[in-house]
Design a protein around this ligand. Structure first.
Ligand code: HEC
Ligand code: HEC
Ligand code: HEC
Ligand code: HEC
Ligand code: HEC
Ligand code: HEC
Length: 453
């Protein structure tokens, strides 16, 4: 009997080990694979395509001239106000280009057939004349526009696409392979443990050892002892009631308080990029904050004042969290919503309004007026809304509770200096309260009716 058991164990273990090792070997193999492929991909990507021969001119000087004079209307690879300019020197005669850039309208007026055709094709939009540019300047610009398209890191030539594509696929497979292998190993370990356990048990049985759960000592259970001690029960119950009401109160006070609320907006509109990095004044978009009760969200036409010409963000704008593609996609959403066709630079007429999710919202029974706080009291937006210019997405900064309003009214002095309206009231009230400066509270800012309809 004994012998049979042992041989069975011996015959099983080597097999298990074999399976175990094999799983590991595939994992190791799959992890080594991608680097080898990457190396070939890098080899393929190494030589950049040679520049066209005719591009005689200073590219760097051309670039700065282009940015200063032409970038407002032209992009290299995409139609803006004017056509895309990459490779334009190959399209037209050089003398013709010099004349065109110096004064395109003169050529149109003189009836140059190419010029007239271009002008008509572009909806008769007028290109600014640049009589001040020298021949050399123009050649430099053309050298810049004839630069081959520079690819971002990881050149995408057709060959590399094939190889890197394969390598990328392999990487994905190897990841799931590793996971699968780990899962398999785990299952194998469990099976092995179980086998060892049952084998040991069988050996023990064969040896005549009886395995039985230990007999327990008879004792009074803890809970019974607890129930018998009345004082302890009282203390614990009181504790529980207190804790429960504490949490219940906390929970109730949270109802309707949405501090930190940060919904996902239909367009990822970043205040950090607009109000922060680009320094756009809050009032440019929230113009009614100064003169009316509400501050309002700008209509999409306001956005299009700029975005007719900004269809993509600069590469530097991209962060680790949000890529350039993501941001460009969000601008595309704006175009879709206003019905703007960036290719032809015209409205299609097909609009679909953006439904911004409202963040700050007082209950209907409370009255709050922006102009009174922003214009009359001169309070900065940031006092109540936080550092919005640093927020990628706006969230509710202040609790917006009654206590929050009241506290500020108790602590803040009324700004009287620029406001004649208050002079008389101030003279009377400061006498009444015997103070130099009046707080909002002393002026009536705590009266229920001021804030409640
Ligand atoms: C105010 C906008 C504007 C500015 C600034 C401008 N262009 Fe243009 N450009 C146009 C428009 C619009 C056209 C299309 C023709 C037309 O409607 O007159 C055009 C056409 C051209 C063409 C012909 C392109 C083609 O593929 O048919 C060239 C070349 C050109 N521009 C070069 C330049 C250069 C170089 C500069 C800077 C020194 C410049 N442009 C500045 C608006 C502009
Ligand atoms: C280019 C336009 C623009 C500028 C500039 C701008 N905002 Fe906004 N703001 C918006 C848009 C669009 C929304 C709605 C989408 C959102 O909540 O992100 C918004 C939402 C808000 C909200 C939340 C509104 C709500 O739903 O409760 C606050 C608060 C706000 N802006 C404050 C500011 C402040 C403060 C500044 C200046 C530092 C500023 N904004 C500058 C366009 C702008
Ligand atoms: C005063 C000009 C201006 C106005 C008005 C403006 N933008 Fe922008 N917008 C910009 C600039 C500049 C950039 C960033 C370009 C960059 O960083 O390269 C940008 C970038 C963006 C982006 C990509 C980055 C991001 O925020 O996610 C979106 C989306 C966008 N704008 C939407 C809007 C919307 C919606 C409005 C209207 C509420 C608006 N913009 C109004 C100038 C403007
Ligand atoms: C004294 C505090 C305070 C100041 C200062 C303040 N806000 Fe507000 N803001 C609020 C409150 C409270 C609400 C919620 C109003 C409501 O729900 O009726 C709000 C709501 C908003 C909204 C949402 C839309 C709306 O009108 O209800 C925007 C946008 C906004 N504020 C922008 C601004 C801007 C921009 C400034 C600066 C020019 C500013 N706020 C200054 C307290 C303030
Ligand atoms: C950051 C400080 C601050 C906060 C927060 C604040 N207020 Fe005020 N509030 C003022 C000041 C300062 C004035 C005085 C303006 C003036 O000169 O008339 C004022 C005036 C008022 C008035 C007019 C009072 C009167 O006597 O005519 C009302 C109503 C009011 N606030 C409502 C609110 C409400 C509602 C909230 C909360 C949602 C709030 N305020 C939050 C600073 C604040
Ligand atoms: C400075 C403005 C202001 C004044 C003055 C004010 N309230 Fe309020 N009150 C508010 C705001 C804002 C809310 C909404 C708070 C919220 O949504 O959490 C509120 C909410 C309430 C609520 C609902 C319970 C709650 O906390 O949400 C009651 C009841 C109330 N107020 C009674 C009063 C009474 C009574 C007075 C006069 C003694 C008064 N309020 C004076 C601004 C004010």
């Amino acid at each position: 009997m004994k012998k049979v058991n042992f041989t069975r164990l011996h015959s099983k273990l080597p097999l298990l080990w074999l399976v175990f090792l094999l799983t590991f070997s595939t994992t190791i193999y799959s992890q080594e694979e991608p680097p080898a492929e990457k190396a070939t991909a890098a080899e393929n990507a190494a030589p950049p395509p040679p520049a066209p021969a005719d591009a005689g001119g200073d590219v760097a000087a051309g670039e700065s001239l282009f940015k200063a004079n032409c970038a407002a209307c032209h992009k290299l690879d995409k139609k803006a106000v004017g056509p895309a300019l990459r490779g334009v020197a190959d399209k037209f005669d050089r003398d013709w280009l010099h004349k065109w850039i110096r004064n395109s309208q003169a050529m149109v007026a003189a009836g140059d057939p190419t010029a007239v055709k271009l002008f008509e094709e572009n909806n008769k939009m007028i290109m600014t004349p640049f009589p001040a540019l020298s021949d050399e300047d123009i050649d430099n610009i053309l050298a810049y526009t004839n630069q081959p398209k520079s690819e971002p890191a990881g050149q995408v030539t057709p060959e590399t696409v094939a190889t890197t594509g394969a390598a990328g696929g392999e990487g994905g497979v190897s990841n799931s392979l590793v996971l699968g292998a780990l899962a398999l190993i785990f299952i194998l370990l469990v099976i092995m443990l179980f086998l060892v356990y049952s084998t040991l048990k069988r050996i023990a049985k064969a040896n005549g050892v009886v395995v039985e759960p230990e007999a327990r000592e008879k004792r009074t259970p803890l809970w019974k002892a607890f129930i018998h001690n009345q004082f302890l029960v009282l203390v614990v119950s009181v504790f529980f009631i207190l804790a429960a009401s504490y949490f219940a109160f906390g929970y109730m006070m949270q109802i309707g308080v949405d501090q930190g609320y940060q919904p996902v907006q239909p367009i990822h509109y970043s205040h950090k990029i607009h109000a922060g990095d680009n320094g756009i004044d809050c009032n440019f978009c929230h113009s009614s904050a100064r003169k009316s009760k509400t501050s309002g969200i700008p209509s999409l036409n306001v956005c299009m004042n700029c975005h007719k010409n900004i269809s993509e963000v600069a590469p530097e704008t991209a962060t680790e969290e949000y890529s350039k593609e993501f941001y460009d996609g969000e601008i595309a959403k704006l175009y879709k919503a206003v019905g703007w066709d960036p290719e032809n630079m015209e409205y299609t007429g097909k609009t679909e309004p953006v439904k911004w999710v409202r963040i700050h919202n007082l209950p209907d029974f409370a009255y709050f007026n922006h102009s009174q706080h922003v214009t009359v009291a001169g309070i900065a937006c940031q006092t109540c809304h936080g550092e919005v210019q640093n927020m990628e997405e706006v969230y509710q900064f202040a609790p917006l509770t009654m206590g929050w309003c009241i506290n500020c009214h108790r602590d803040t002095n009324v700004n009287l200096e620029t406001n004649d309206y208050y002079e008389k009231i101030h003279a009377e009230l400061s006498k009444k309260y015997g103070v130099e400066k009046l707080t909002v509270a002393e002026m009536g800012g705590l009266e229920c009716g001021k804030c409640h309809y």
